[in-house]
Design a protein around this ligand. Structure first.
Ligand SMILES: CC(=O)N[C@H]1[C@@H](OP(=O)(O)OP(=O)(O)OC[C@H]2O[C@@H](n3ccc(=O)[nH]c3=O)[C@H](O)[C@@H]2O)O[C@H](CO)[C@@H](O)[C@@H]1O
Ligand SMILES: C=C(OP(=O)(O)O)C(=O)O
Length: 436
């Protein structure tokens, strides 16, 4: 039977070193980009997580030759893509399971002039509209159709032509899709209000190595000069910055001494500094983050003495994917923080479980929660709970690891979607997590 729950014995300290996996959200983009060439693309540091394995399976079903070279390393050759597969019920069922499947659209449109995907899956964390993707495709000359009955998004174009595109919001997957559609369009595409997460920067670097001509990566203004064709390349994923942030919060909440190895500190943006605002100490040792064992830490105030507010925003603002971890990490700190999830409407509801565990949290509305830290004076207690989404799932795992007694976390498929062998890796550091 498939595993469904983690049973966590709380109160154990971790110690040692942990190496972050390759970045999930980068992997989902990079894997779709292999569809842009008939030549061999080799990718290293691919995380072994559910969402990524499902996408690799979809690529294989589409006719891409997939060869596993070793742990995390794969070769892809998309020289014989079977576009008919998009019509199969199997594609419908598989692609609907993950958010990343939406990014096959851009490359297939660029190479074959046609693509369709079912309404993609991913976290149910509020409205997740896809308008930005289709705004971009239609500007490039594609026609777009959404059939409410079968919930398929279809795009079609006899040719694509470079245009000036002002995105309505800096959507991460939307920007990736429009870039991939534009790389072989005729002429120059300018994408303004582009997302600029490290994931997008990595995609642009990879595409340029494949022969594309993209300028401006890392900014919100991209210039894509269309080329005739793309060739093969070798690409290595960055470490997963969301996993790194999750480990920082985990070390702090469990009072553990932990070294997070090979973090690519230059790519982490505001992530370390935001955890430091909670009072969590860390040292940067070469490319590692060392977190000393801390029983107490104190939340900063702003310079004028007012209560700290941590909010998300499109990169280089703080990533929404770490706000649940920030929230849980504040529970045992001294002081108060307002966590403001601006981008998603339903990502904070999991705090009811933390409140059941004894945390002092006021959910003011779907976007804002205030955490009143316990100064490590009232331990959390273990309970049974269900993980609503990937990051809330890990936040609950952190709370369970810090709590007194045993907790059970159900629906751990959500956690497995994005965190590689998390139970085994944490148990190797001293945790006690059983998969049942
Ligand atoms: C597979 C993948 O890469 N998933 C990530 C990607 O999802 P994804 O690319 O689906 O998310 P988008 O960047 O499109 O944004 C999602 C939602 O955020 C809101 N929004 C977005 C931009 C903005 O300026 N204002 C605004 O309010 C909108 O409600 C939008 O629908 O980016 C999200 C935002 O970083 C992350 O949470 C997801 O982990
Ligand atoms: C929301 C996330 O993922 P997805 O977009 O795949 O649902 C996430 O990685 O936090």
């Amino acid at each position: 039977m498939e595993s469904r729950a983690f049973v966590v014995e709380g109160g154990r300290k971790l110690s040692g070193e942990i190496v972050p996996q390759g970045a999930k959200n980068e992997a989902l983009q990079i894997l779709c980009a292999v569809l842009l060439t008939e030549e061999k693309v080799t990718i290293h540091n691919i995380p072994n997580i559910l969402d990524v394995m499902k996408l690799i399976e979809i690529l294989g079903d589409l006719g891409v030759q997939v060869t596993k070279l070793g742990e995390g390393s794969y070769e892809f050759i998309a020289d014989n893509v079977n576009i008919e597969y998009l019509e199969s019920p199997e594609f419908n069922q598989k692609a609907a399971k993950l958010r990343g499947s939406i990014m096959v659209l851009g490359p297939l449109l660029a190479r074959y002039g046609y693509a369709k995907v079912p309404k993609p899956g991913g976290d149910k964390i509020g409205r997740r509209r896809l308008d930005t993707h289709f705004l971009g495709f239609t500007k490039l000359g594609a026609s777009f159709e959404y059939d409410e009955n079968d919930a398929f998004y279809k795009i079609d174009a006899s040719s694509l032509e470079g245009k000036y595109i002002l995105l309505d919001e800096p959507s991460v997957t939307g920007t990736a899709n429009v870039i991939m559609a534009a790389v072989m369009a005729k002429g120059v595409t300018t994408i303004y209000n582009a997302a600029c997460e490290p994931y997008i920067q990595q995609l642009c670097r990879m595409l340029n190595r494949m022969g594309a001509n993209i300028e401006g990566a890392g900014s919100n203004l991209l210039k894509v000069e269309g080329v005739e064709r793309l060739g093969g390349t070798t690409h290595t994923m960055l470490p997963d910055m969301i996993e790194i942030g999750s480990f920082i919060g985990m070390a702090a909440m469990t009072g553990s001494e932990l070294t997070i190895k090979d973090c690519r500190l230059d790519q982490l943006g505001q992530i370390p500094a935001t955890f430091q605002k909670l009072g969590i100490q860390m040292e940067f040792r070469g490319d590692d983050i060392y977190i000393p064992a801390q029983e107490n830490y104190k939340i900063d105030r702003f310079i004028d003495g007012s209560i700290l507010n941590i909010a998300d925003g499109p990169w280089p603002m703080f990533t929404p994917d770490l706000l649940s971890i920030i929230l849980v990490s504040a529970i045992k700190a001294k002081g108060t923080v307002l966590v403001h999830q601006k981008m998603f409407e339903s990502r904070l509801f999991f705090v009811d479980k933390l409140i059941d565990m004894g945390a002092q949290i006021i959910l003011s509305d779907p976007h804002r929660a205030t955490v009143i830290g316990s100064n490590n004076e009232r331990p959390l207690r273990g309970i049974s709970m269900t993980s609503p989404d990937i990051r809330a799932g890990v936040a609950l795992l952190i709370a369970a690891m810090a709590a007194e007694g045993e907790s059970t976390i159900y629906n751990i498929e959500q956690i497995d979607r994005g965190y590689q062998f998390i139970d085994q890796r944490l148990n190797a550091l001293g945790a006690n997590i059983r998969r049942v």
